[in-house]
Design a protein around this ligand. Structure first.
Ligand code: PMP
Length: 365
């Protein structure tokens, strides 16, 4: 029996995806014929895997409406790896980059960038413990920055951009979309580059999705390792080295699952409903539960909340676990509870959580 999994990542994958991977694990079917091998046992340069890879990339391009002048790469190194790889690949001879600080993961990106350049924090919501997104009017951008970096969804603080920043100069916008890619429709043409670790809305950990506009390629820092060089990986159709073949295959199954559900627009509708259900429960609890994020900036994907009596958090997590609701312990950086509502978390799962929360509040309030 599968439980309801609210983990922040690695997190729930669609059961249908896991079942298909299981069915194909020993004998991967290709063009309706048996190969007699697992997809993870075949060469990434052979005919079969090349076809798998091409289809996975095609499906992601379709789901995100990726314009033709962007490269889609499946790399390794995770979200944190990109904190280094973005400056290495995108400084293009410049010495500084702009960063908007909205929480834990923005801070992480700035810290890594400091090894390679001067990261200028052009706006921050630290003044109120990261409960909002600084409006663009309050940013102090630098025209000579190599790029302008945001984190579109702060997984720990539960703060998400509900808008896309306007780019009115030549400085490309870069976004860490690790925890909200494929959860909502957005216009990729507004960005120079986006990236995401796979282990939330895409597939298993070990795969990083990197999408970059072609004109930003060609000037990596000379120290950039070849396997992390976007230009070389783009020229080699992300097969400069052995890609994480099984993870990419699983990501491909998730993309098919998404397409069958009306694509990103289809799941976005459900994501809006799921997050509304949970926030309504919190806001309607008479102060028993509390989410302190400004309503306009609340994340649909990660909902951190606190119980009035701090001593009840451990009991909440333990009782929820016993009721088949897993992964609810808040991140150690801020404590409390956190429910992550990625695409594979169903509306029924969120309803089960809300029912549990109402019952818990009744018994302990
Ligand atoms: N950015 C964001 C927004 C994240 O949520 C995470 C991980 N939770 C990371 C970066 C780091 O990703 P990884 O663990 O893949 O390095």
């Amino acid at each position: 029996m599968r439980i309801h999994n609210f983990s922040a990542g690695p997190s729930a994958l669609p059961a249908e995806v896991l079942e298909q991977a299981q069915a194909e694990l020993l004998d991967f079917p290709f063009n309706g014929k048996s190969t007699g091998m697992s997809v993870m046992e075949i060469s990434h340069r052979g005919k079969v895997y090349m076809a798998v890879a091409a289809e996975v990339e095609r499906d992601l391009r379709e789901l995100l409406a990726v314009p033709a002048n962007y490269k889609v790469l499946f790399l390794q190194g995770g979200g944190k790896g990109e904190f280094s790889l973005i400056p290495l690949n995108l400084l293009r001879g410049k010495t500084s980059a702009d960063y908007v600080d909205t929480g834990h993961w923005s801070v992480g990106a700035v810290q890594e960038a400091r090894k390679y350049c001067t990261p200028n924090v052009i706006a921050s919501s630290k003044d109120r413990d990261y409960v909002y997104v600084p409006p663009q009017a309050a940013w102090q951008p630098n025209a000579d920055a190599a790029y302008r970096h945001i984190c579109s969804n702060e997984t720990i603080h539960g703060v998400e951009y509900q808008w896309t920043p306007q780019v009115d100069d030549d400085v490309p916008l870069v976004s860490d979309m690790s925890s909200n890619i494929l959860s909502r429709v957005f216009d990729l043409s507004k960005f120079g580059c986006i990236y995401a670790g796979a282990q939330k809305n895409i597939g298993p950990s070990g795969v990083t999705v990197l999408i970059v506009r072609e004109d930003l390629l060609g000037k990596p820092h000379p120290f950039t390792p070849s396997v992390f060089d976007y230009t070389q990986q783009a020229a080699n159709e992300w097969m400069l080295n052995t890609p994480p073949t099984f993870g990419v295959y699983l990501a491909g199954l998730t993309f098919k699952w998404l397409k069958a559900r009306g694509g990103v627009a289809g799941v976005e509708k459900i994501n809006i409903e799921k997050s509304r259900l949970l926030y309504d429960c919190i806001d309607g609890s008479g102060g028993f539960y509390r989410n302190g994020v400004d309503k306009a900036d609340r994340s649909r994907m990660n909902v951190p909340f606190f119980i009035r009596d701090d001593a009840l958090h451990a009991a909440f997590v333990a009782e929820a676990d016993a009721a088949g609701l897993a992964g609810l312990k808040g991140h150690r950086a801020i404590g409390g509870i956190r429910a992550s509502l990625y695409n594979a978390v169903s509306l029924a799962a969120v309803q089960a959580l809300v029912d549990f929360m109402n019952d818990f509040a009744r018994r302990r309030g």
